[in-house]
Design a protein around this ligand. Structure first.
Ligand code: SPV
Ligand code: MG
Length: 290
């Protein structure tokens, strides 16, 4: 069974899967240990890791390098954030080949024009491509996948662009018509009202995916009540957790004039050895080093 098949089965059996953002193999290992169903190879997180805004500045090669490294250290399915697909439908053909080959089980492709602006930016210039153009990109993705269970998730940024629910619904229907397996509906409102309203109005057959970054109070129980959301992506939580921990630790080291206090609150190096897989190195050394 491929990981893509496993992801589809998990959604069918559990009704809702929890997918944690990742920007590195280490964050992926920790997410797997915590019990998530899948990983989100986030463009925002990798951009932030490089200290750059999420505005199509990170290349496909950089993102694929991270994704391959993650795929080598986890058994979880990876949902890849391919932004706009790096160009038009022809670029999408190359994108799907590369992402499937690199170990992802799904792509999320969004209907913004390239270069995109990060969705949560308050005054961002969110330009959407024509519906027909995006349908062509979805069809190109579907025709290119080699595993029929590889998920092609169409993301509409209509609410992000302030175009309203009618436009978001019309686009979602058009993308489902083009064959999208799921629809990701994104909102930057601080409350879940837009998402709840969209979910109630959505009468398509394709299940929904949401990214509750801006509206964190919408929990799994509320989402199950809505009935048509099958995947929650925790879109920027790994990099925010890492940045929070580093910021606090670094300030304490400066304030304390050393690491004599802070070391008690950090993972011991033996735990990091474990995350690095040092146990197998020990047994390989005994076996092969003479
Ligand atoms: C990402 O994590 O890269 C996303 C989610 O696309 S968001 O940053 O909220 O747009
Ligand atoms: Mg993104």
């Amino acid at each position: 069974m491929t990981k893509a098949t496993r992801l589809r089965r998990a959604m069918a059996e559990k009704g809702l899967v929890h997918v944690m953002a990742t920007h590195s193999p280490l964050s992926a290992i920790l997410a797997e240990q915590a019990g998530f169903d899948g990983l989100w190879a986030s463009g925002f997180e990798l951009s932030a890791l490089y200290g750059l805004p999420d505005m199509s500045l990170i290349s496909m090669t950089q993102h694929l390098d991270m994704l391959r490294a993650v795929a080598g250290r986890t058994s979880l399915p990876i949902v890849a954030d391919v932004d706009t697909g790096y160009g038009n439908a022809i670029n999408v053909i190359h994108t799907v080949r590369e992402y499937e080959r690199s170990g992802s089980s799904a792509i999320v492709i969004e209907d913004k024009s390239f270069p995109k602006v990060t969705s949560l930016a308050v005054d961002g210039h969110h330009n959407l491509v024509r519906v027909e153009e995006f349908q062509g990109k979805i069809e190109a993705a579907l025709a290119t996948r080699s595993d029929p269970d590889f998920l092609v998730i169409a993301r509409t940024e209509a609410l992000i662009a302030g175009l309203g629910e009618d436009e978001a619904l019309a686009r979602a229907h058009a993308y489902e018509q083009a064959g999208a397996d799921m629809i990701l509906i994104h909102s930057k409102r601080k409350d879940p009202g837009e998402i709840e309203s969209f979910s109630k109005a959505w009468n398509g057959a394709a299940p929904l995916v949401i990214v509750p970054n801006a509206y964190p109070e919408l929990n799994a129980a509320d989402i199950r009540v809505l009935g048509n959301i099958r995947m929650i992506i925790y879109g920027n939580y790994a990099i925010r957790a890492a940045a929070t921990a580093m910021k606090e630790t670094f300030l304490r080291v400066i304030a304390d004039g050393g690491v004599q206090q802070v070391h008690r609150d950090l993972l011991p190096v033996e735990d990091v050895f474990h995350l690095q897989g040092m146990e197998s190195v020990r047994s390989d050394e005994r076996r092969y080093l003479r």
